[in-house]
Ligand binder design. Sequence first.
Ligand code: SME
Length: 169
Amino acid sequence: MFDISIYDKMSLNDRYDTMLTSLEGLISGDESDLTKLCNAAALINALISDLNWCGFYIYSNNELVLGPFQGMPACTKIKVEAGVCGKAASTKETIVVEDVHSFEGHIACDSASNSELVVPIVKDDNLIGVLDLDSFKVGRFSNSEKIYLEKAVEVLNKYINWEHIISAF
Ligand code: SME
């Protein structure tokens, strides 16, 4: 059983440190890599407040293809360099967008989204995909959250065999 109430009284740093430990616990077992990615999306969505969408796009055949996520149905394919996800993928840099309505080329999958954070997933210099978080609040994502989500992607890189994920797309 997953009890989210244990996080309620924690400081932001304790909450995210515990999130990383919980993530490691969730994805270090012998479940399939797809199962692990599904649980990773659910954990991040549960522990980061004010999200309306959280999930993965996987790089396949020169585009980003929708992977495990939590939230409303979303665009299934995004060209690399298109939108916030494509920009993070092509630059291999995390992008924090304070107000998506001011980001040229932003792709609106859920009209509730007002800010966005996209972390590229890169292993051995190869683009694997992106972790995408959307919030209904403008300016939702702080620099410390950006750093914690980059650490979450490091945990994913440690435990997920991406070849098993990519071959499913
Ligand atoms: N807003 C993203 C598209 C994906 S959805 O937010 C789920 C973008 O501009 O790339």
